[in-house]
Design a protein around this ligand. Structure first.
Ligand code: DHB
Length: 397
């Protein structure tokens, strides 16, 4: 077995792990990020596509990439569609901020390129990962690397950035953690289509047939979702059936026309709200989906992961400089302040916009009343705009 040392061992080389590694490097702190997947496996997993204002700033200001400014698309608002008509939420007017359409796969590619450019130590395709000695002074990360060599990485601190199905959060003994969660009685059917853009901004639609979301990727490829049963199977949904369902949910008297085309990829996305507290156990810290999951409505997952690691990098820098783990105590309360706002926002957007088959007519009518109240009220629309574009960061970049 090969024994190695680093300051921060990071389990997971998705956006959270790589951004943390990058920020630590800027502070002169060594780290190694290990991921069970290959780079191309991560790069080819389609995820959400919306970046908050501060996520864009973090990517640009920290020197990861300015591609987001060249190839991303600034969105200055969204449309809420219900009762067959669009209502615009003007982010710039209400919150003084925009969001950017820039897929998570591009964020990941930019981060992986930046780590390679800066000589970062990232080990993709590392199997049999395990963590140990979390409450000691020198936690370890064991794995078998891409060449089949067993390695033990001894660290000062360990970070679990290994996603919602990762191993790290389960290493916290049950008596030292609390898990909060909500299940939802629906899922999203997501697809990529070779079609022209249907509308200049995203459309979040509520109808008696369920939720639909019209998003975008490029001039010629679009990303869309519609609410489905959690047990839905992609093979039961032909292209024709998908377009028919989308049209039904987007129908209205305003002449809106959805532009269709061949469907390139189909997936069913599960819905779950989850938080594990605290975010620290001994010398291990959890970040991103490893610590919390939000349902996809509002695209908060990646943004929350980036906000976590921004706080975590600053705290780890203090701990390393002081040679004392004391500053780690600040991580849980600071990160959770944002996490719970985002949990509420994602839950609220989800329940307001989806149809719950278990509910009755009262709930359906009430939700329409809620939407009508939001779009008619300056304060209501601003609340949505502030949440969607992202609350101000707890610390400067
Ligand atoms: C996308 C995903 C979301 O969950 C969302 O709320 C908006 C856009 C997307 O993939 O484009």
């Amino acid at each position: 077995m090969r024994i190695e040392h680093t300051t921060v061992g990071i389990v997971g080389a998705g956006p959270a792990g790589l951004m943390l590694s990058h920020l630590l490097a800027l502070a002169g702190i060594a780290s190694v990020a290990v991921d069970a997947r290959t780079r191309s496996e991560i790069e080819n997993t389609h995820r959400a596509g919306i970046l908050e204002h501060d996520s864009v700033r973090l990517l640009v200001d920290s020197g990861v990439s300015d591609r987001v400014l060249r190839e991303g698309h600034e969105h200055r608002g969204i449309r809420l569609r219900f009762d067959g008509a669009d209502h615009r939420i003007d982010f710039q007017r209400l919150a003084g901020a925009s969001t950017w359409l820039y897929p998570q796969t591009a964020v990941f590619a930019d981060l992986a390129d930046a780590r390679a450019r800066d000589g970062g130590d990232v080990r993709f395709d590392g199997r049999d990962t395990a963590v140990d000695r979390l409450t000691g002074d020198e936690p370890v990360l064991r794995f078998t690397d891409a060449d089949g060599i067993e390695a033990e990485l001894r660290c000062d601190y360990l970070v679990g950035a290994d996603g919602s199905r990762g191993l790290c959060r389960a290493q916290v003994p049950a008596e030292h953690r609390t898990q909060y969660f909500r299940e939802y009685p629906f899922a999203w059917f997501g697809f990529l289509a070779a079609a022209p853009v249907s509308a200049p901004e995203l459309i979040y639609a509520r109808s008696e047939h369920g939720f639909a979301l019209v998003s975008q990727r490029t001039e010629t490829v679009q990303r869309m979702y519609f609410q489905c049963d959690p047990g839905a199977r992609v093979e039961d949904w032909s292209d024709e059936r998908i377009w028919e369902e989308m049209r039904r949910r987007l129908a209205g008297g305003d002449g809106f026309e959805l532009r269709a085309g061949p469907i390139l990829e189909k997936t069913v996305l599960p819905f779950r709200s989850f938080v594990q507290e605290p975010l620290r156990y001994g010398r291990m810290l959890l970040a991103g989906d490893a610590a919390h999951t939000v349902p996809p409505t509002g695209a908060k997952g990646l943004n929350l992961a980036l906000a976590d690691v921004r706080v975590l990098a600053e705290i780890l820098e203090r701990a390393v400089r002081q040679r004392d783990p004391g500053p780690l105590d600040d991580y849980t309360p600071r990160a959770l302040a944002r996490v719970w706002k985002a949990q509420h926002f994602s839950y609220w957007m989800t329940t307001m916009l989806h149809r719950d088959e278990r509910g009755d007519g009262f709930d359906e009518r009430r939700r329409l009343g809620e939407l009508a109240g939001i779009v008619a009220s300056e304060a209501g629309a601003r609340y949505l705009a502030e949440g969607y574009t992202g609350w101000p960061a707890a610390v400067p970049v």
